[in-house]
Design a protein around this ligand. Structure first.
Ligand code: MN
Length: 192
């Protein structure tokens, strides 16, 4: 089974000024493309050759896991962004955020601190457990909370390649602007 690049539902300059066309050209067009290409190369003639991407993320190790999880994580990340983002959660997700973090503002503060404070390369995640309880987790490198039985709702990529073109070393500024293009309509659909 050949894994394909996700199609972006927005133009590569559409997320400016928060995320530049050049960042999309490199981050989506070169980094994600390389993970997808490497995944297809590494799964050939292995038990994962016909596995779904979810199955690879949950069960693979080594290079197949690293490239498969990076393909999964980046697809999830890029498909949460929108030039017309709904910037606040509503409905059941908003209620759960208030219940588990105190308020949406407190959630954003805690998530942003987890993303900014993650040492090295990795991903900050909002996840739900089986009961619907929300929490924030940090994952290093290609880490993905599916491996721990948690349901990912939103993720922020804090590998340097995600922000260095636009923000240089200012990771907290990248995270602050990440909220400007993160679409809570999409996140709510995942929580349902
Ligand atoms: Mn990345």
């Amino acid at each position: 089974m050949k894994h394909e690049m996700p199609q972006l539902p927005y133009a590569q300059q559409a997320l400016e000024p928060y995320m530049s066309r050049e960042t999309l050209e490199y981050h989506y067009g070169k980094h994600l493309q390389a993970y997808v290409d490497n995944l297809n190369k590494f799964i050939a003639d292995t038990p994962f050759a016909d596995a779904s991407l979810d199955e690879i993320v949950k069960k693979a190790e080594g290079a197949i896991f690293n490239n498969g999880a990076q393909a999964w994580n980046h697809t999830f990340f890029f498909l949460t962004l929108s030039p017309a983002a709904q910037k606040q959660p509503s409905g059941k997700l908003a209620e759960a955020i208030d219940r588990d973090f105190g308020s949406f503002e407190q959630f954003k503060e805690q998530f942003s601190a987890a993303a900014a404070g993650l040492f090295g390369s990795g991903w900050a995640w909002l996840v739900a457990d089986e009961s619907g309880k929300l929490s924030i987790v940090q994952e290093s490198n290609a880490g993905n909370p599916l491996r721990r039985g948690l349901t990912p709702l939103v993720t922020c990529d804090v590998w340097e390649h995600a922000y260095y073109i636009d923000y240089r070393n200012r990771r907290p500024e990248f995270i602050k602007n990440f909220w400007e293009i993160t679409d809570w309509n999409i996140i709510e659909e995942r929580y349902k």
